[in-house]
Design a protein around this ligand. Structure first.
Ligand code: PHE
Length: 365
């Protein structure tokens, strides 16, 4: 901009600005990757951009013109910055899709590895192997695998999941408290559901919704071990937050998982249930593999074994992590890895998993 146009700068300057905006928008549309954006973003919106250079030349104008041209430039930069932000979101999403595609396995490729007998060295235990197989099934279905802490604050384990202090639903989980901080504020997690809260919080903070993730890990409850329960056990949590997710997606996911992991001759069913963090909620059961549905001691003569719980995410949970329930919906499930192992290999009593009898353990090398 030169001092000659001081008399009637507006239309000429406006054209010039419009030209820079058009160039910048074309450059934004031509960005092909995050790396591209990192390298060229500065020339489009940064100090080296045409609009920024123009802004620095305002000093030579009269106050009135400076105000007018300044406002136009500011608006122009806002338009370009918005275009860059939305291109960034697109590029991030496509990088993520590519990463998931690269990880995808055929469901038929998920096989149990067996090694020859006798064994001379150690090996992963049945539960670890089961966890790895479950992860494989969900990775094949397009999920990411996440991790979460085993020691949690009351907020993550309960409150953020719509279970306020003294809520009667706390009785669903017999909790081990850790002697840290104020009494009963730090817990050994009673389920993997607090990982849902961590996953949603970090997706909100980094702008990386949607979420399709599973999070396996150790959980703790003050339960007396019996044929189907251990005090230290493992769950795998599933979390999907996306647009337009319905209960049908949840039911289809559970069905697909059961077929892929247990095979076509094992049935699954959902039964109405209650969890404070899902609505509606369901319990997820499969045919007892010990009696094939006939009824036995392990399944308390029902023919069914409960693997876990699931449901549509309650808007109260979205509220506690700052996700807009008008825009997003989702489902969660959480089920026992030890139970899956038990049902997969036909173990009538789960306590065998913690007895450390090498004759038992070596069968699962
Ligand atoms: N966390 C619940 C439990 O351990 C299971 C669950 C997970 C239910 C996710 C609903 C959704 O009892």
């Amino acid at each position: 901009m030169s001092h000659d146009d001081e008399s009637a700068p507006s239309s000429h300057v406006a054209d010039q600005i419009a030209g820079h905006v058009a160039d910048a928008l074309a450059a934004v549309a031509a960005l092909t990757s995050m790396q591209d954006l990192d390298e060229r973003g500065g020339a489009i919106v940064g100090k080296r951009s045409a609009l920024a250079v123009m802004q620095r030349s305002l000093a030579g104008l009269s106050p009135d013109q400076r105000r007018d041209v300044g406002a136009r430039l500011q608006e122009a930069r806002r338009v370009v910055e918005e275009a860059v932000a939305s291109r960034r979101a697109e590029l991030l999403a496509s990088a993520r899709t590519q990463r998931l595609e690269a990880d995808r396995l055929e469901l038929g490729d998920v096989v149990v590895q067996r090694r020859p007998w006798p064994l001379t060295d150690g090996h992963a235990g049945l539960v670890s192997t089961t966890q790895a197989q479950l992860e494989d099934v969900f990775v094949a279905m397009g999920y990411e695998v996440a991790d979460g802490p085993q020691v949690e604050s009351d907020w993550y384990n309960f409150e953020a999941l719509n279970i306020p202090p003294a809520h009667p639903a706390r009785g669903m989980w017999d909790t081990f408290y850790v002697g840290l901080g104020d009494p009963e504020t730090v817990v050994l997690r009673t389920h993997t559901s607090p990982t849902q809260v961590h996953l949603m919080e970090s997706a909100v903070a980094t702008g990386t919704l949607p979420i399709h993730a599973v999070a396996p890990g150790r959980c703790f409850r003050r339960d007396t071990p019996d044929a189907r329960h251990l005090a230290v056990f493992h769950q795998i949590e599933g979390l999907v937050v996306d647009r337009g997710i319905t209960f049908a997606d949840l039911a289809g996911t559970i069905e697909t998982f059961t077929r892929a992991y247990f095979g076509a001759d094992i049935d699954s069913r959902l039964r109405p249930s209650y969890f404070p963090f899902t609505e509606p909620s369901a319990e997820f059961e499969i045919t007892c593999t010990i009696c094939r549905g006939e009824g036995c001691r392990t399944c308390s003569h029902t023919g069914w074994i409960e693997l876990g719980g699931c449901g549509m995410l309650d808007p109260a949970v979205f509220d506690s992590v700052g996700i807009d329930a008008e825009e997003w919906s989702g489902f969660a499930f959480g089920f026992g890895i030890d139970r899956c192992a038990q049902m997969k290999v036909g173990l009538s009593d789960m306590r065998a998993l913690i007895e450390n009898d090498v004759r038992f353990l070596d069968q699962f090398a």
